[in-house]
Design a binder for this molecule. Structure first.
Ligand code: ATP
Ligand code: MG
Length: 230
């Protein structure tokens, strides 16, 4: 049961949105998801409360340093993927969650290249590797990318990051009304009404590509977090 954590110390980078899209997408394809909501704004907890039924998704709220390990241990048997949504802050919970992760996703707002919060997460990952010999897989995911941004412009950003040896997902998360509205209306991208949400088909397609890429990167198998805890 891999642990995937969304981290960026900068607020508003798109962590919660990307975490929810991934959770829904993995759940849609049959995986059992436990979301650990560490965001003090509790957006995912609220989303879950207003959603009538979301098969394969459970949400644990009020996750703290004191109980995060227990939540993971207690839910191991009923979970295929843990998804951790962190606060936009640099704190000990962030370091603990990252230490338990099989893959850290670092959302960075597309072409703004306002990457300072992401760089702090990358620094921590580098520190863990250098000082403690713990190497944690990670990827930058470009978020809130304007749908008009060309593939070429995106490629420039990706090349810049890979020149600094930062892995970047091929699939950016596009700025879509569906990804924003889902927090207000609850449910999933599949249960949303295409008559009411513009470009819902494109949002679904984007979520699918994102989910496929992450599933490929972090397959269901014996995981480093499980090995580390053993
Ligand atoms: N792909 C997207 N399309 C449309 N709106 C988005 C998208 N990603 C994020 N947003 C919007 O941007 C804002 C910030 O996003 P989000 O809450 O996901 O960021 P965050 O990194 O979790 O923030 P925080 O650090 O405060 O927890 C929200 O209003 C959200 O609806
Ligand atoms: Mg958030």
């Amino acid at each position: 049961m891999p642990v995937i954590t969304f981290a960026n110390t900068k607020g508003g980078a798109g962590k919660t949105t990307a975490a929810l899209i991934l959770a829904q997408e993995l759940a849609r394809t049959g995986a059992r998801i436990t979301i650990l909501d560490c965001d003090p704004q509790h957006w995912i907890t609220h989303w879950h409360e207003i959603s009538v039924s979301v098969p394969n998704v459970q949400v644990i709220s009020y996750v703290s340093m004191a109980n995060i390990q227990t939540h993971i241990t207690e839910n191991r048997a009923n979970t295929d993927y843990f998804i951790i949504d962190l606060a936009g802050a640099r704190n000990t919970l962030m370091a603990t969650a990252i230490g338990m992760s099989d893959h850290v996703m670092i959302p960075i707002q597309g072409c703004a290249m306002d990457a300072k919060g992401g760089a702090q997460v990358l620094e921590l990952l580098g520190y863990l590797k250098e000082k403690a010999g713990i190497s944690i897989a990670h990827s930058v995911v470009l978020t809130r990318v304007n749908s008009l941004v060309t593939t070429r412009a995106l490629q420039v950003v990706k090349t810049l990051l890979s020149q600094r040896n930062v892995p970047v997902l091929n699939t950016p998360i596009i700025e879509r009304a569906a990804f924003r509205d889902i927090f207000d209306c609850g449910g999933t991208l599949q249960t949303m009404d295409p008559e009411r949400v513009s470009n819902l088909d494109k949002a679904r397609e984007n979520a699918r590509a994102f989910g496929d890429e992450v599933r490929h990167l972090v397959p269901l198998r014996a995981t480093t977090s499980a090995r580390r805890a053993a």
